[in-house]
Design a protein around this ligand. Structure first.
Ligand SMILES: CC(=O)SCCNC(=O)CCNC(=O)[C@H](O)C(C)(C)COP(=O)(O)OP(=O)(O)OC[C@H]1O[C@@H](n2cnc3c(N)ncnc32)[C@H](O)[C@@H]1OP(=O)(O)O
Ligand SMILES: CC(C)C(=O)C(=O)O
Length: 581
């Protein structure tokens, strides 16, 4: 009984236990002497954006004219020099947009070539060429599918009829373009659609015949665009097919090999990169991988993959946020938060060990970048500054975070440089708070938690009102502190605490221990300035050792002594929370 039906004959949906009956593996070509694995990419390819064609035809809500114009201008601004602007024989809207571009002086930069797509049908070709009248530089892009599946199912054509269709289309394009209008700098592109699913030698036969019909030159080569119209198999098989084409096409010097990978298997970027190793000169794709079904290859990822290898991609994505915004507005499709390089989470580390590594890496980079600007930061392949982003967005805090990220955020947002043991203590408090909240902590919440925990905003059990310091020698200080004691039972009360020590802090400890019958001492201590000039303040961090336990206190004040005294009282206030009430 077929696995598609159960015991009572009901159709069974869902995945097959054995898919081999329904899905056949791709049969690649044998290329025992393939060279592409031995190569590396050393320069950017020619780019073509098909955002306004392949990207647009696949949108639930295709772009309006104004949206296309905004998108086109953005593509020019970031440096794309070949832009497929539509399928003008498809609709009046597409046709009118191409005309608007051509008829609006200055809209198409002189170094930009617009491209349009046409099937191999005479009336459509004629309409397509008509759309380009008056253009300075224009590529007519002809396509017809050549794979067995499309020959048998869509066209019901033999190989010969498929070949003839390609030659007819080419000759017709030539008839209406370069043979009848030399005012336009015509370029010609031919796509054997479904290249990656066709017989390699048949593709060569078709392309050599198309080339003979167009008669390209080395100065104006024919563009053979090799689409993985539906991505069929692992990227290496595509590279093999491209290398086979690159090696065997005749008059290679008169040919520009272009790639057009789709992303059905999620490996379009790999296919495009391996295809370049295999000999391709040009890549067609869309920004952020928009396009039919699972999209065309993502030009942004390809560009940054080059950039982070030290190779200029020849397109400028410095204002990445603006590019994202325009794409999202026009495509009505959001860039995924984890989209390579562009997603709003890709520069963000929540997990403690990542945050710790990044904050250490950024600190060392800051120290060495004047002499060694090499970007080597754990977990960050790209410097967010290169795309006008900020480091602040890198580290965010939730229950997965650790002391390193918390310390980084307090330092970078509030200039509070916590000593390591205090980082450990407060990092734990943040983890517990975030775990209970089950959400990320905002910067404001982090600050409030810190200021509350260490009584920087609202007084703890012991808080400083005033102090007088007398010195009877470098190691002999007498302090008189007015300390407010928040009563548990009775109302708050003010106490004058007198103490002696080798400094103000030890004198305060002495006074507090005698006044309140306490037994504690000071462990580690550190302080630093916050800000500069008249607004400068001191931040003091004091470890209070009480009954064998460590409690950190923090004090901030314009007066450095007050800051230290406040830190002691902050620490002992925290310790007192554990005393029997
Ligand atoms: C892989 C790609 O993305 S290719 C680009 C696809 N984009 C689009 O199709 C968007 C714009 N297309 C359109 O507006 C319409 O398809 C038009 C105007 C081009 C044609 O419309 P129609 O004449 O109604 O044809 P339709 O859309 O049904 O296309 C299928 C017909 O075109 C033929 N055809 C398909 N592709 C090609 C081609 N490249 N060259 C020649 N004929 C083709 C098919 O064999 C079929 O012919 P048939 O009706 O005789 O069987
Ligand atoms: C028209 C061709 C290049 C195409 O879009 C495809 O094959 O995906």
């Amino acid at each position: 009984m077929s696995s598609r039906f159960d015991a009572v004959g009901r159709l069974v949906k869902g995945m097959l236990k054995d898919p081999s009956k329904k899905y056949k593996p791709f049969q690649g070509i044998k290329l025992p002497h393939r060279q592409w694995p031995n190569r590396v990419i050393t320069k950017a390819p020619r780019w073509l954006s098909t955002d306004l064609r392949d990207g647009n035809q696949a949108l639930p809500d295709p772009m309006t004219g104004p949206e296309k114009l905004k998108y086109f201008k953005m593509l020019c601004d970031i440096g794309l020099k070949e832009i497929e602007v539509g399928f003008p024989s498809a609709s009046q809207t597409d046709f009118a947009f191409v005309r608007h571009l051509i008829e609006s002086p200055g809209l198409i930069p002189d170094d930009v070539t617009i491209q349009v797509l046409t099937p191999a049908r005479e009336h459509l070709i004629k309409r397509t060429v008509e759309s380009l009248r008056g253009a300075k530089n224009a590529t007519i892009h002809l396509y017809n599918a050549v794979s067995p599946l499309f020959r048998d199912v869509v066209f019901r054509n033999s190989k010969k009829e498929t070949l003839d269709l390609a030659i007819f289309g080419t000759k017709t394009v030539r008839q209406y373009s370069k043979n009848s209008d030399d005012s336009v700098n015509w370029r010609f592109e031919y796509s054997p659609e479904c290249f990656s699913d066709a017989e390699p030698d048949f593709v060569l036969d078709v392309c050599n015949e198309v080339k003979a019909a167009w008669e390209p030159s080395a100065a104006n080569p024919i563009i053979f665009n090799l689409p993985a119209t539906v991505e069929m198999a692992t990227p290496n098989t595509y590279a093999d097919l491209v290398e086979h084409f690159h090696t065997n096409i005749t008059e290679r010097e008169k040919v520009c090999i272009s790639l057009h990978p789709h992303n059905d298997r999620g490996t379009a970027v790999a296919a495009a990169e391996l295809g370049q190793l295999a000999g391709a000169d040009r890549v067609e794709g869309c920004l952020f991988g928009n396009g039919e079904r699972t999209g065309n290859v993502d030009l942004v990822t390809l560009a940054f993959n080059l950039y982070t290898q030290g190779i200029s991609p020849k397109i400028d994505l410095s204002n990445l946020e603006d590019v994202i915004r325009i794409c999202e507005e026009c495509n009505k499709i959001n860039v995924h938060p984890r989209h390579p390089y562009a997603g709003n989470l890709v520069f963000t580390a929540f997990s403690g060990s990542h945050q710790d590594a990044i904050s250490k890496g950024l600190k060392l980079y800051d120290e060495r970048k004047a002499t060694d600007p090499t970007w080597k930061i754990p977990y960050l392949p790209l410097d967010p500054h290169d795309v006008n982003s900020e480091y602040a967005a890198i580290i965010r805090v939730n229950s997965q975070s650790g002391k390193g990220g918390v310390a980084y955020l307090l330092k970078s947002n509030f200039d509070l440089d916590l000593p390591r043991p205090l980082q450990v203590e407060f990092g734990q408090a943040v983890k517990e708070f975030s775990d209970k909240k089950a959400k990320e902590l905002t910067i404001a919440e982090l600050r409030d938690l810190f200021f509350t925990n260490y009584f920087l905003e609202f007084p703890g059990r012991f808080s400083l009102q005033d102090y007088t310091l007398r010195s009877s020698g470098p190691e002999s200080k007498q302090i008189e502190c007015v300390v407010n004691v928040k009563g548990v039972k009775d109302a708050d009360s003010r106490r004058v605490v007198e103490g002696y020590g080798n400094g103000p802090l030890s004198a305060l400890v002495d006074g507090l221990c005698r006044s309140f019958d306490l037994n504690f001492d000071i462990g580690k201590y550190s302080e630093h300035a916050i800000g500069s000039g008249n607004g400068v303040k001191a931040a003091s961090y004091v470890e209070v050792l009480c009954e064998g336990k460590s409690y950190w206190g923090v004090g901030i004040d314009a007066d450095v002594t007050s800051a230290g005294l406040k830190a002691v009282l902050s620490g002992i206030s925290r310790a007192s929370a554990e005393w029997s009430q």
